[in-house]
Design a protein around this ligand. Structure first.
Ligand SMILES: Cc1cc2nc3c(=O)[nH]c(=O)nc-3n(C[C@H](O)[C@H](O)[C@H](O)COP(=O)(O)OP(=O)(O)OC[C@H]3O[C@@H](n4cnc5c(N)ncnc54)[C@H](O)[C@@H]3O)c2cc1C
Length: 387
C-alpha cells in the first residue's frame, strides 16, 4: 500500500505538493480551509475591475479529482508532530506517514488595522476594496493611501510588490476615467528604501515611476496606528485618507501556537535545506509558512513555494525508498516577478549572480495576464505544463 502524504493548505505550496506527491505514487490527502486556491499574483486586478473574483480562484475539489488526491475542506486546528497527528477544527484527527505543512503566513498586527483593507489578506477583502474605490470614483475625488509594514525579525516576510502594483494600477484606472487630478495617491512604508530588495536598478525604476505618476511618498516612517481618517506615524505626523490599503508583514501562522513545531523569532517553521522541519523526521514545511534561509534579499514568493514543494516531495520519495534526502531549496532561492503597472510591466529577477530589471511597456501587462490563464489551465491539465 502507498505511503500516506497529508498536505495542510491549498495555496501554491499545498497544491504543488499534492500534485507532485500524487505523481510520485503516494496516497495524498489535502486539508484546506478554503475550497478554492486563490491566485494572489493576479488578484491585484480585482479592485480595478480588470478581472472577476472567479477568474482568480481555482476550485480545489475539481483539481483534486483531476490529479487524484482527496480534499478535506476544513480548517486545521493543531499539529502534534510528536504524536504524528493533525487535529481539524471539527474535532477530527488525521494521521500520516509524511506531513507537508503549507498553510501560508500569519500577519504582524498594527493597532487600528481594522480601519484598513488588504489585497493580501482574506480574498473577500479585494471585493470590498473594489466597492470602496467605486464609491470614491462616483464621488469624483478622494485620498487613497497604500502601504506595507515591516518585520525586523524576518525581512523575508515583507510584501511590498503588490502595494506598488496596486497603486500603479489605481493611477491608470483614474487616469483612464479622467479623474486622476482629483485624487491624492500616497505610498507609505516604514523602510527608507522600500523595494530595494529587488536590486538598486529596480528600486530606481519604482521611484521614477512613482514620480512620473505623481504618487506621493512617505518612506522611512514607522507606522504607529491606523484610524478612520488615515495613518498615524511614530513621529506624530498623519496621512489623511478616505481608503487605506495596507499589507501587513508576515509572521508565523497562528496555528503554530497550537503545535509543537520549532519556530524562528518571527514564528515561521524552522526547516533544513531539504524543507524538513528541524527535529521531525517525516514532517516538511514549504512556502510562506517556512523560515527561509539564504541571501539578505530572499523573499517569500509563489514560485519559490512551488520549488520548495517539489523539493519536499523528492525528499519524501527518497525517505520512502530508504534513502537519505538530498534535494535542497537554498540554492534555488531567487526573486522572480512581473511587476504590473496597468498598461505595462517590468520583469524583475534576482539571484545570487545578478539583479535584472527589464521594463516591458504594454506587452508586460498582457504577459502577466497570460501567465495567470496558463497557470490555471495547466493545473487543470487543460494545457501542458512548461515546468
Ligand atoms: C497580492 C499578492 C500578489 C503577489 N504576487 C506575486 C507574484 O507576482 N509572484 C510571486 O511569486 N509571488 C507573489 N505573491 C506571493 C505569493 O502569492 C505567495 O508567496 C504564495 O501565495 C505562497 O503560497 P503558500 O501556499 O505558501 O501560501 P498561501 O498562498 O497563503 O496558501 C496557504 C493556504 O493554506 C490555507 N490555510 C491557511 N490556514 C489554514 C488552516 N488553519 N487550515 C487549513 N488551511 C489553511 C489557506 O486557505 C491557503 O489556501 C503575491 C502575494 C500577494 C498577496
Amino acid at each position: 500500500m502507498a505511503d500516506k502524504v497529508l498536505v495542510l493548505g491549498g495555496g501554491f505550496a499545498g497544491l504543488e505538493s499534492a500534485i507532485a506527491a500524487r505523481k510520485a505514487g503516494f496516497d495524498v490527502t489535502m486539508v484546506s480551509d478554503r475550497d478554492y486556491l486563490y491566485i494572489y499574483p493576479i488578484s491585484i486586478w480585482i479592485p480595478t475591475r480588470e478581472i472577476g473574483f472567479g477568474d482568480v480562484c481555482l476550485p480545489l475539489a475539481e483539481t483534486a479529482g483531476i490529479h487524484g488526491f482527496r480534499l478535506i475542506a476544513a480548517p486545521v486546528a493543531a499539529v502534534d508532530a510528536a504524536a504524528g497527528k493533525v487535529r481539524l477544527g471539527d474535532g477530527r484527527t488525521l494521521g500520516y506517514d509524511y506531513l507537508i505543512i503549507a498553510v501560508g503566513a500569519g500577519k504582524v498586527p498594527v493597532p487600528g488595522m481594522e480601519h484598513t483593507l488588504s489585497i493580501c489578506g482574506p480574498p473577500a477583502a479585494s471585493l470590498e476594496i473594489r466597492d470602496r474605490i467605486d464609491s470614491l470614483i462616483a464621488r469624483g475625488r478622494g485620498r487613497i493611501a497604500v502601504g506595507f509594514g515591516g518585520n525586523p525579525k524576518d525581512p523575508s516576510a515583507v510584501r511590498g510588490g503588490p502595494a506598488f502594483e496596486f497603486i500603479f494600477n489605481l493611477h491608470n484606472l483614474l487616469r483612464k476615467k479622467g479623474l486622476r487630478d482629483n485624487f491624492e495617491l500616497t505610498l507609505f512604508a516604514p523602510m527608507p528604501k522600500p523595494g530595494i530588495r529587488l536590486g538598486e536598478d529596480a528600486y530606481e525604476m519604482l521611484v521614477s515611476w512613482l514620480g512620473r505618476m505623481g504618487i506621493e511618498r512617505r518612506f522611512g516612517l514607522k507606522i504607529k496606528e491606523f484610524d478612520k481618517g488615515g495613518v498615524v506615524f511614530e513621529d506624530g505626523s498623519r496621512l489623511e485618507s478616505d481608503l487605506t490599503m495596507f499589507i501587513a508583514a508576515g509572521r508565523g501562522h497562528d496555528l503554530f501556537m497550537e503545535s509543537d513545531l520549532p519556530g524562528n523569532e518571527a514564528g515561521f517553521i524552522r526547516i533544513d535545506d531539504h524543507c524538513r522541519v528541524e527535529g521531525c523526521g517525516n514532517v516538511f514545511a514549504v512556502g510562506d509558512c517556512a523560515a527561509l534561509e539564504g541571501p539578505d534579499w530572499r523573499a517569500k514568493q509563489g514560485h519559490l513555494a512551488e520549488v520548495m514543494a517539489r523539493v519536499a516531495v523528492e525528499n519524501i520519495r527518497a525517505l520512502a525508498a530508504g534513502r537519505a534526502p538530498v534535494a535542497g531549496y537554498r540554492d534555488k532561492v531567487s526573486i522572480l516577478c512581473v511587476m504590473d503597472f496597468g498598461n505595462g510591466a517590468a520583469l524583475v529577477h534576482r539571484d545570487e549572480n545578478r539583479a535584472v530589471v527589464r521594463p516591458m511597456p504594454v506587452v508586460g501587462h498582457w504577459l502577466k495576464k497570460a501567465w495567470g490563464a496558463y497557470w490555471k489551465l495547466s493545473r487543470r491539465k487543460l494545457c501542458p505544463r512548461l515546468l
